[in-house]
Design a protein. Structure first.
Length: 167
């Protein structure tokens, strides 16, 4: 059994990890689909099959904290993202000629969303990627780019507003 302080410390640690690495939230979402918390842990991390039950409960508590974090977003739930027109051929005469910024989604105006996508993406291309995620700020917008899929996916956030796009 864990004390309240140990549980809270574990929850705080998992929340810190989730802020640093988006895979923690993704793992929590996958784990939340399991029947109960302990089966979620074993489904997410099969190597925990041989770990004592109390340790698995600790990881389950961490996953529960991560799921709670996944539900908290800087964009209000009622601020649904709506589709905007793509930015067509933003880099003519370059190796990215005829590659568009597509699937632009915004919680605010499309005019602003297309400007954020175009200009923040231009800055993103000037940066050297160091890992699979590209993180930077542009005009107060916190931008994260996921470079793993075939098409790079970007999210920009500022003051409760959000813009998403694909390159």
């Amino acid at each position: 059994m864990f004390t309240v302080e140990q549980r809270d410390a574990l929850c705080a640690r998992v929340l810190r990890l989730a802020e640093e690495d988006e895979r923690v939230v993704a793992g929590a979402a996958v784990g939340s689909l399991a029947v109960d918390a302990e089966s979620a842990v074993v489904a997410w991390l099969p190597e925990l099959q041989s770990v004592p039950m109390t340790s698995r409960r600790a990881v389950s508590a961490g996953i529960a904290c991560s799921v709670a974090l996944a539900g908290s977003s800087s964009v209000p739930a009622d601020a649904a993202l709506h589709a905007c027109k793509p930015v067509l051929d933003p880099y003519p005469g370059t190796r990215y000629d005829d590659v568009d910024l597509t699937r632009i989604r915004a919680s605010g105006s499309c005019v602003n969303a297309r400007r954020v996508a175009r200009k923040a993406h231009r800055k993103a291309l000037r940066l050297t990627p160091t890992r699979t995620f590209r993180r930077f700020t542009w005009n107060g917008w916190a931008v994260t780019g996921d470079l793993r899929p075939d098409h790079d996916r970007y999210v920009a956030r500022k003051n409760g507003r959000q813009v998403r796009w694909r390159f």
